[in-house]
Write a protein that binds this ligand. Structure first.
Ligand SMILES: Cc1cc2nc3c(=O)[nH]c(=O)nc-3n(C[C@H](O)[C@H](O)[C@H](O)COP(=O)(O)OP(=O)(O)OC[C@H]3O[C@@H](n4cnc5c(N)ncnc54)[C@H](O)[C@@H]3O)c2cc1C
Length: 486
């Protein structure tokens, strides 16, 4: 990338292509003399792979992919990129759902794939050091033998990286118990575009010394700096867990059940809600049998940590009987083995995949204050049913965290353009409600390229202006993940 004034100058001279060629040639020479062979690739297949994330909406078009192995190498690389005005896209496991790691405009992709080291678990502090390219699940496996875990958990954990999780402040199915990624990061090493290395907070739990700069790099999708190392905070592995699937008569009962669960004193790992249509789709797609003989409007998957007492299971069963006696639930199953628990989880975790494999979707990942959720879902569902009867809604999500995954599916007979037009129209009301109820247009997936136009529904003009000023401070040439978020 070159700056606008330079671009104008060279376009005036009709010399831009030549400028670009010479500049890129010099940059490549500089890379060759600064790094070992194999540090970068321009292989077409690699460019395609590393230029896109899970969204697959944009045509990948990076100029090269670089594979640094250390913070020092990232620093040298970013210094050179600044010198030669080369735009950079930080790239983790590329499981992002907002197109934050997409390189569609000739950017250099900085992959963390060769920075996967994980240190010894510190069982005094309950922490572990790692490089940012360590895969989320590898951290889980690494810490297991010490009886500890990094409690960031979702379906893409086998590919996503710690750096990507931190850059997106990832959520997942256990947020109700553990909170977001932000809560589980003690120290960060970050490299700025000018090559400067910041080592932020180390392994300190307490450090009240002014602005906590570390937090600026968590959830900002790689637009301020490249995360190269982290000191992660660990939690004891949960004891044995119990998994229930409840069948409920309507949405309002989902919230009544949630209140009962809160009152019960149980340690809740997950409280996930899915509509009848979502369950039906997973059962069909995965060829599974329904655990219930009748049709019910809503289902809730509840996972709790089993209390530490000899009669814990009996107590849970007694609690379940009380729910039946109070007619709060229409039906329920309590998994009797880890295998059964896994099968119940499959009905929740298989939804995204089943939806994607069934048809074209218009998707949103939104959040609302929990006390506004019911009103929001009812308003939105009624709007879709009366004004867009052809569009099929699928709603599920992390109800306990106020986070909904909202999907509209294209009917087979509808043209794609017509579908997109109707969805855009339906979104207008949805975003008006989100704004009115003080919700968020992106609960956990981030803004990236896909949701930039929606930022205004959740963030004020002043907030957005301040974010732009921050971007200017950390990356004055606008070379890091350009066009993302802001
Ligand atoms: C099946 C599936 C299920 C999912 N479920 C959930 C879920 O429940 N909850 C949830 O929150 N997300 C979920 N996601 C989304 C995704 O997995 C998370 O956002 C994850 O944290 C992204 O990590 P990544 O390493 O793949 O990042 P990438 O996709 O590679 O990058 C994401 C963003 O972070 C930036 N980035 C990456 N690495 C760095 C770095 N080292 N330094 C600076 N910036 C960096 C990128 O530039 C980009 O902007 C799911 C995705 C899939 C495919």
């Amino acid at each position: 990338m070159i700056t606008m004034s330079e671009l104008d100058f060279w376009l005036d001279l009709a010399g831009f292509p030549r400028y670009f060629e010479v500049m890129m040639g010099n940059f490549i020479d500089a890379l060759k003399s600064s790094f070992p062979a194999g540090f970068f690739t321009q292989d077409e297949a690699e460019l395609k792979t590393y230029g896109r994330d899970w969204t697959k909406v944009h045509e990948p078009k990076p100029s090269m992919v670089c594979f640094p192995t250390s913070t020092d190498e990232v620093s040298t690389l970013l210094k050179l990129c600044t010198e030669y005005n080369v735009a950079v896209v930080p790239s983790g496991g590329r499981t992002g759902l907002a197109a934050g790691a997409v390189a569609a405009n000739g950017e250099l992709v900085l992959s963390l794939d060769k920075m996967r080291a994980i240190g010894e678990v510190d069982t005094l502090a309950n922490t572990v050091w790692c490089q940012a390219g360590a895969v989320t699940e590898a951290i889980h496996e690494h810490c297991k033998s010490a009886g500890l875990t990094w409690p960031i958990d979702f379906a893409s954990k086998g590919s996503s990286q710690v750096g990507g999780n931190i850059a997106t402040n990832a959520g997942g199915v256990k947020v109700i118990r553990y909170g977001l990624t932000r809560n589980w990061v003690l120290g960060l090493t970050v490299v700025l575009m000018n090559g400067e290395v910041l080592r932020l907070n180390g392994s300190l739990e307490k450090n009240n010394t002014g602005v906590d700069l570390r937090q600026l790099f968590i959830g900002t999708e790689g637009i301020l700096g490249v995360i190269t190392e982290a000191i992660l905070k660990l939690s004891p592995l949960p004891r044995e867990c119990d998994v229930f699937l409840f069948a409920l008569k309507d949405l309002s009962t989902v919230f009544s059940l949630f209140k009962e669960v809160r009152k019960s004193g149980l340690t809740v790992n997950a409280f996930e809600c899915l509509s009848h249509d979502c369950l039906g789709l997973v059962l069909h797609h995965r060829n599974l049998a329904s655990p219930f003989s009748d049709r019910h409007e809503q289902y809730v998957l509840l996972e709790v940590e089993r209390p530490e007492s000899a009669d814990a299971k009996e107590k849970l069963e007694a609690w379940l009987s009380e729910l039946f006696a109070g007619e709060l639930v229409q039906d329920a199953v309590l998994a009797q083995s880890p295998k059964e628990a896994q099968n119940l989880w499959a009905m929740r975790e298989g939804i995204s995949e089943s939806l994607s494999n069934t048809g074209l979707l218009h998707k949103h990942d939104i959040s609302l204050p929990i006390h506004r959720l019911q009103e929001f879902i009812e308003n939105w569902s009624a709007d879709i049913a009366s004004n867009y009867p052809g569009l099929k809604p699928y709603v599920f999500g992390h109800i306990g965290d106020g986070n909904l995954h909202i999907n509209l599916m294209k009917p087979d007979a509808m043209e794609v353009a017509e579908f997109r037009k109707l969805c855009a129209k339906a979104d207008e009301n949805m975003f008006a409600w989100i704004q009115k109820f003080e919700g968020s247009v992106s609960a956990e997936h981030g803004i990236g390229l896909l949701k930039k136009h929606l930022l205004k529904y959740t963030r004020s003009e002043t907030e957005i202006a301040l974010m732009r000023q921050m971007k200017q401070v950390f990356d004055p040439k606008g070379l890091l993940n350009p066009g993302k978020v802001l």
